[in-house]
Each structure stands twice: as structure tokens, then as C-alpha cells.
Design a protein around this ligand. Structure first.
Ligand code: ADP
Ligand code: NI
Length: 198
């Protein structure tokens, strides 16, 4: 198995799968998470192939995004086998992905899983996180904001985004999260200023 060839193939596969997503889980989300995961792995002394591969593949089989998650995971497994990724490595990739989702609230067992979770959470905050939140909200027919009710994209900042800096697993990610957190706080301040027409 040539690792960089495998990553290239995975990239094409992921591109096809997520090309049309308009909920903030598009191909570029996967690319940012993969690159961030590789970088964090280098800083934390983890297996960077494993972190990057799991970064690319982390949203495959998410119940929000796939009608048949079990089938999606099976197709991914078959594809990795076709690329001659050894069975043990495939199992490591699958294990790293398993507990990544924020909604599940788990801390992954492997360092690479924790790194991918950090990379995924970093992409949920800061300027890009803000863009993804409104994209998701729009795609789901949710209002930007409403003083009277809580199911809005602005509410999502309080439900999730502002809590993420405390949930980072690695020091490298925590440092990046601090800056993005501050950016979101400034953003919200400005948002309310404009909402109340200054
Ligand atoms: P995970 O994929 O880790 O389970 P989510 O799917 O909840 O996490 O979050 C992925 C991204 O989708 C979030 O960062 C956010 O941008 C967006 N998102 C999820 N739920 C909402 C929501 N209720 N309102 C706005 N955006 C949301
Ligand atoms: Ni994700």
C-alpha cells in the first residue's frame, strides 16, 4: 500500500460522495478536516496517515447525511479493501471515525480519533463555523434569529459552538479554538448591535 496514493483515491471518493451537500458537510469540509487532522497528528506525534484518512472519511455513515448509514460504511470498507489497505489499518480508520460526532458526546479511544474529533470541531467554530451554521440552518428551513423562539441558527451558537473550546482533546487544537472562540464572541456582539439597528 502506498499511503499517498491511497489518500489521493480517498479524496476522489469523498469528492463524489459529498459534492452536492449544501448543509455545511460538503467536500471542502472533509478536506479541511483531513488537512487539520494531519497537521494536529504531526504536532501530537500521532499516526498522520491514519488521522488524515479518518479525517477525509469521518462523516461517512452519519445518520444525518445518509439514508442508509450501514450500507454507506460497508461501501467505504469495500473501497478501502480494493485499495489494498491492510485489514488492520481499515479497522483502525473505522475505529477512529466511530466516536467522532459531537452529537454522540463520546471521547474516541484512539489518539487519532481524538484528533479527528478536534479537527471536526475546529471546523464548526470561527469564521468557517459561522458560515456552516447559517448554511445548515438555511438548508433545514431554520430562521437566522428570532427573539421569541430558540430553534434558530443564532441559538446554535449557545447550544454548541461556544461550548467547543472547552471540549478540545489536544493542546494544539485548544490553542486554535481560543482564537476562533473570541472571533465568534465578537461576531455575536456585532450581530446584536446591527439587529437592534445600533
Ligand atoms: P456532528 O456532525 O459532529 O454530529 P453536527 O452535525 O451537529 O455535529 O454539526 C455539524 C455542523 O452542522 C455544525 O458545526 C453546524 O455548523 C451545523 N449544525 C448542526 N446543527 C445545527 C443547528 N441546529 N443549527 C445550525 N447549524 C447546525
Ligand atoms: Ni464533520
Amino acid at each position: 500500500m502506498n499511503e499517498s496514493n491511497v489518500i489521493e483515491k480517498i479524496e476522489c471518493y469523498v469528492k463524489e460522495l459529498f459534492e452536492d451537500d449544501v448543509t455545511g458537510h460538503d467536500y471542502f469540509h472533509m478536506r479541511r478536516v483531513a488537512r487539520q487532522a494531519r497537521e494536529l497528528a504531526e504536532q501530537e506525534g500521532a499516526d498522520s496517515f491514519l488521522a488524515e484518512a479518518a479525517g477525509w472519511l469521518h462523516d461517512i455513515g452519519d445518520a444525518k447525511l445518509f439514508n442508509d448509514p450501514t450500507h454507506a460504511k460497508k461501501v467505504m470498507n469495500d473501497y478501502l479493501k480494493e485499495l489494498n489497505v491492510p485489514a488492520g489499518r481499515i479497522a483502525d480508520i473505522e475505529a477512529a471515525i466511530e466516536d467522532v460526532s459531537f452529537s454522540k458526546g463520546n471521547v474516541p479511544d484512539s489518539l487519532e480519533g481524538r484528533i479527528v474529533q478536534d479537527a471536526d470541531r475546529l471546523d464548526a467554530i470561527g469564521a468557517i463555523g459561522i458560515a456552516r451554521t447559517f448554511a445548515f440552518g438555511g438548508a433545514k428551513g431554520q430562521l437566522i434569529y428570532d427573539e421569541q423562539q430558540g430553534r434558530t441558527s443564532i441559538q446554535h451558537f449557545y447550544d454548541k459552538l461556544l461550548k467547543l473550546k472547552e471540549k478540545m482533546n489536544t493542546n494544539a487544537a485548544r490553542e486554535i479554538a481560543l482564537e476562533r472562540h473570541e472571533f465568534m464572541e465578537n461576531y455575536l456582539r456585532q450581530f446584536y448591535r446591527e439587529w437592534h439597528t445600533e
